[in-house]
Design a protein around this ligand. Structure first.
Ligand SMILES: [Zn+2]
Length: 338
């Protein structure tokens, strides 16, 4: 969409979007798990709830991404979902915007209803459908990320421009109420609705008029971030205390989600809805990689797809053009990189 329209004609160093919006792999994993738990499995409600939460979070980020797409100066370097290692841990930032003048960290909140913010005791409560619940204070959260990023820059020996932060509520119908107006210099002034994001960035541009780093330093910073970023990849079997035995094997019908489809003369057929597909196994292998392991053998594939023929399994694996390891008898096929 917008990125290809703008990004395609620019040189790599001129790019505005350095790390584009992408559906996190944990959403794909969560969805695959939901498809592949037996219908009456006790973990379904929690897996379903987590998936909805993850999707809502991503949709919120997509809203913010849309608003950021109105920035048109190529000196902004925009990164969606950055996760950087620091000592033995990682810290994650929803959006990071680098400029030669300042750096902006954006924490996105997708919280519906009436949100009450108390800057004095650093508390956030939300009332929705008659229920009031507490949330962790997003300003404390983003300030912590700021400290971690500062530390990370110094470990990487990168020059640090002033760091700014925003907490952006992505749902326009969320009502934000402050218990008392935060003073002019309070970090709580930086809690906004997503539609105000560009105005807020314009304010920052007026505040920071002096270049803190050169274009060359900015470019080095961009490269280091992209190199050190590592996407979060959960092992969902571990997360939900499941075993491989909990996962339903077989090819899934993409039309009605029924598992297993059966193989009839070189194609997959759904006994429930009658749908037929030549390539439904591709998705099944993808789900295997998402949930079970990074590698698969011929035998494991036959078990997972309910195939009898070693030769058919071989042909399928070959057609997927996966990287292989090991000799002819013990060959394993690796999951493709994203
Ligand atoms: Zn079906």
């Amino acid at each position: 969409m917008w990125r290809t329209k703008v990004g395609r004609t620019l040189k790599e160093s001129d790019q505005l979007i350095c790390k584009e919006l992408k559906i996190p792999i944990n959403i794909d994993k969560n969805q695959a798990l939901l498809w592949r738990l037996p219908l009456n499995h006790q973990k379904i409600p929690i897996v379903d709830k987590d998936l909805k939460k993850r999707k809502a979070g991503f949709n919120g980020e997509a809203t913010v991404y849309y608003h950021l797409s109105f920035l048109n100066d190529k000196r902004y370097k925009i990164f969606h979902d950055v996760r950087l290692p620091l000592f033995s841990n990682y810290f994650q930032i929803d959006f990071l915007i680098l400029t030669p003048f300042y750096i902006l960290l954006i924490e996105v909140k997708n919280i519906s209803g009436i949100v009450k913010i108390d800057p004095l005791i650093r508390q956030l409560t939300r009332t929705y459908k008659g229920l009031t619940e507490g949330f962790s204070d997003p300003i404390s959260q983003v300030q912590r990320q700021k400290l971690l990023l500062q530390k990370w820059f110094s470990v990487q020996k990168l020059k640090i421009p002033p760091l700014e932060h925003l907490v952006v509520f992505s749902n326009p119908s969320t009502i934000l109420n402050f218990t008392e107006p935060p003073p002019a210099d309070s970090p709580y002034r930086n809690i906004i609705h997503s539609q105000n994001i560009i105005d807020k960035i314009k304010d920052l541009n007026e505040t920071y008029v002096k270049e803190a780093i050169t274009d060359k330093e900015l470019s080095k910073m961009k490269k280091t971030i992209l190199k050190k970023h590592k996407e979060s990849e959960l092992d969902l079997l571990e997360t939900y205390s499941l075993t491989q035995g909990d996962i339903v094997t077989g090819v899934r019908c993409e039309n009605c989600n029924y598992i297993p489809m059966i193989r009839v003369s070189g194609a997959w057929s759904c006994v429930k809805c009658g749908n037929s597909s030549k390539y439904a196994h591709i998705e099944a292998v993808r789900e295997y990689f998402l949930l079970i392991s990074d590698h698969i053998t011929n035998q494991e594939l036959r078990r997972f797809l309910h195939l009898n023929s070693r030769n058919t399994a071989y042909k399928i694996l070959k057609s997927l053009q996966l990287e292989t390891k090991g000799g002819t008898k013990s060959v394993t096929y690796s999951k493709p990189t994203r």
